[in-house]
Design a binder for this molecule. Structure first.
Ligand code: NAD
Length: 499
């Protein structure tokens, strides 16, 4: 292990942008060096793209879309190409997982699982490329018919975050390509490696030049240029609510469509009649997967008052078994936090919570933890108006509130500005279904946590965003509808005069 790390550190991986069908460095030769959060050494070197790089990428996408080669291509051919990429992802799972673990610090087994899931998203999108179709109306009278065509929306900008690099991109990119769009992708400056590898695969698979462009760089100027460009017809943005608001402001320029996947503060709602072991495990998983740096993290536990003490105790006991440490150690379930800024944010939220009157059930204390490793933390006696109950912490911190009955549980569940996900733990199916209808969230899990399928849509209510990705809705998101009115035979009436 140490040998492997030493080799990587001595020779960090270098990546290139994929623009206009070519693998390129940044025009001015600048680079971004990415340090592994767990090891503190440079592991990846990406191009640091500038305005001229992003303009070239947008122009290439625009020209390719307007030329229509990909947009008008038979869906079956688009499907073949997307399936080829799925296969390449699978064949390279070890390399891709290694890159993601080095750049994000998620445990290696988790990275491998995510890469394989990403491949299945490309497969699903390949199927969707074949089945995408429009509609027709033949009940408009004897001489009228209409067709509803589904057309690709145009040039799509995809701006992605750092927490699930290839996975989040694969929830969007293959769907946009399946619909016939041309695309400009900007991955996070912290985790661009696997996204840039995709450029290599798309080139090798024979994607026409300019249809997909992937370039690394900072939010400003690269992401901002995509948001601002009049040549971009839609932006799929995944990230913080703050940048989401910038996207909304920038979209006013050419009225571009936005699909926004933003923050969350999702509740795990635990009723007294649940299976206690399953619920404890599920609550811990929902709160701590990916070091809690997960948009759908179950970061608020709402537990029925009668079992709260016993439940909290079980959570704390189980947390003792959760190993925090080197993501290459197969025993580790929790790696390091993505960067110093995020680490400081988590630390300060724990302090704010205690200052606001929350009590520490476990974690919080950094003694014995080095670098960017942060222990899973549980804060109880939380009130809904506290900042730690309202704001996204994006770290392994679970806040606990109690409820007396279902009405109060639903009220608490809905008491934030967000609405991305919810987890319900009960053995009463009517109760579970009632809650799933009344909790405002784009996704609800009943007696399970975080399992996902390419077939199912994802997205948020309220300030968690709008639009849906993946599944049938995911490909439709990247299309425009065009209505074609058709009259059969000569019209009997003239609007001006008979001629
Ligand atoms: P972020 O908003 O800081 O960055 C996201 C992306 O936007 C990055 O690629 C970044 O470079 C880019 N960006 C930054 N400034 C920009 C600008 N001015 N113009 C255009 N692009 C810009 O978010 P992050 O720190 O990468 O990710 C964490 C946040 O993302 C959390 O709030 C989390 O909830 C959210 N997130 C949501 C989902 C979801 O599906 N809902 C998924 C993952 C992350």
């Amino acid at each position: 292990m140490l040998d492997m790390l030493n080799k990587i550190v001595a020779n960090p991986k270098r990546f290139k942008n994929y623009i206009a069908g070519e693998l390129r460095d940044a025009q001015d030769g600048s680079v971004i060096e990415r340090e592994s959060p767990a090891h503190g050494a440079v592991v990846s070197i990406y191009p640091q793209s500038s305005t001229s790089d992003v303009e070239a990428a947008i122009e290439a996408a625009r020209q390719s879309f307007d030329a229509g080669e990909w947009a008008f291509r038979y869906g079956g051919e688009r499907a073949t190409l997307l399936s080829t990429v799925a296969q390449m992802i699978r064949e390279n799972v070890e390399e891709l997982a290694l890159i993601e673990t080095l750049e994000t610090s998620k445990p290696l087994t988790v990275s491998s699982g995510e890469i394989l899931f990403a491949a299945s998203l490309w497969d699903y999108a390949a199927g969707a490329a074949r089945t995408l179709h429009g509609d027709s109306h033949n009940n408009l009278g004897p001489q009228m018919m209409a067709m509803i065509l589904r057309e690709p929306i145009g040039v799509v900008g995809i701006i992605a975050p750092w927490n699930f690099p290839l996975l989040i991109l694969s929830e969007r990119l293959p769907f946009a390509l399946a619909a016939g769009c041309s695309v400009v992708v900007k991955p996070s400056e912290f985790t661009s490696g696997t996204s840039l590898k995709l450029g290599e695969y798309l080139k090798a698979a024979g994607l026409p030049a300019g249809v997909c462009n992937i370039l690394a760089g900072y939010g400003d100027p690269v992401g901002q240029a995509i948001l601002d460009s009049d040549k971009v017809d839609m932006v799929a943005f995944t990230g913080s609510t703050g940048v989401g608001r910038r996207a909304i402001a920038a979209s006013a320029g050419n009225i571009k469509k936005l699909s926004l996947e933003l923050g969350g503060k999702s509740p795990s709602v635990v009723f007294a009649d649940c299976d206690m072991n399953a619920a404890v495990d599920g609550v811990l998983k929902a709160a701590n997967v990916n070091m809690g740096e997960c948009c759908i993290a179950g970061s608020r536990l709402l537990v029925e008052e009668s079992i709260a003490d016993a439940f909290n105790q079980r959570l704390a006991e189980r947390l003792k078994d959760l190993k925090v440490g080197d993501p290459f150690d197969p025993a580790s379930r929790i790696g390091a936090i993505i960067n110093q800024r995020q680490f400081d944010q988590i630390k300060s939220y724990v302090a704010v919570g205690i200052h606001e009157g929350a009590s520490l059930v476990c974690g919080g204390d950094l003694t014995g933890y080095e670098g960017l490793f942060f222990p899973p933390t549980i804060l109880a006696d939380v009130r809904p108006e506290m900042r730690i109950a309202q704001e996204e912490i994006f770290g392994p911190v679970l806040t606990v509130m109690t409820f007396k009955d279902r009405d109060e549980a639903i009220k608490l569940a809905n008491s934030t500005d967000y609405g991305l996900a919810a987890y319900i733990w009960t053995n009463d199916i009517s109760n579970a279904l009632f809650c799933s209808r009344h909790i405002q969230a784009g996704r609800v899990w009943i007696n399970s946590a975080l399992d996902g399928f390419p077939e199912l849509p994802l997205g948020g209510f309220k300030r968690s965003g709008n639009g849906r990705e993946t599944g049938r809705y995911g490909i439709e998101e990247y299309t425009e509808l065009k209505t074609v009115h058709m009259h059969m035979g000569l019209q009997s009436e003239r609007w001006v005069t008979d001629v």
